[in-house]
Design a protein around this ligand. Structure first.
Ligand SMILES: [Zn+2]
Length: 144
């Protein structure tokens, strides 16, 4: 069986889970909530760094603002893409109005900005909203 290092979506504890199947929910060793429930994970500057540095799955991080039209319009597509990629590619969301540090260190100029990470390294970036289909293609390409 495959082991996977994954940061808890709820408490940011670093877990090692033994993969058992596609639709299984894995309990966090610390908070006992599901480590991931396929929904985009709301992150802060601090927890985003934990995900980028520790998650073994490829990540897509969305810098958004609730006052940005294209960001709000993309929300449903982002959620649907995240659900279809459960335990394959993780989708994170960071409110750029509340958190500034990470956006600054990655030179993010505006929202929406989407950055794809693999093994802690940025490998792709988009500076416009993407559709569910585009997001899914992106996520699948990340794994190859
Ligand atoms: Zn937890």
């Amino acid at each position: 069986m495959n082991n996977l290092t994954i940061v808890c979506a709820n408490c940011s504890e670093i877990n090692s889970i033994e993969l058992q199947g596609e639709r299984v929910l894995y309990e966090c060793k610390s908070c006992k909530e599901a480590v991931d429930d396929s929904f985009p994970v709301e992150v802060s500057d601090t927890s985003a760094k934990l995900h980028i540095d520790n998650d073994e799955l490829p990540l897509i991080l969305s810098f958004y603002s609730e006052f940005c039209g294209p960001c709000v319009a993309m929300e449903e597509d982002y959620e649907n893409a995240a659900m279809s990629q459960y335990l394959q590619t993780r989708f994170l969301r960071l409110d750029a109005d509340k958190h500034h540090e990470l956006a600054k260190s990655y030179g993010v100029q505006g929202v929406p900005t989407l950055i794809a990470f693999k093994d802690g390294t940025e490998i792709a970036r988009a500076t416009q909203a993407l559709s569910e289909v585009q997001l899914t293609i992106w996520a699948e390409r990340l794994r190859s």
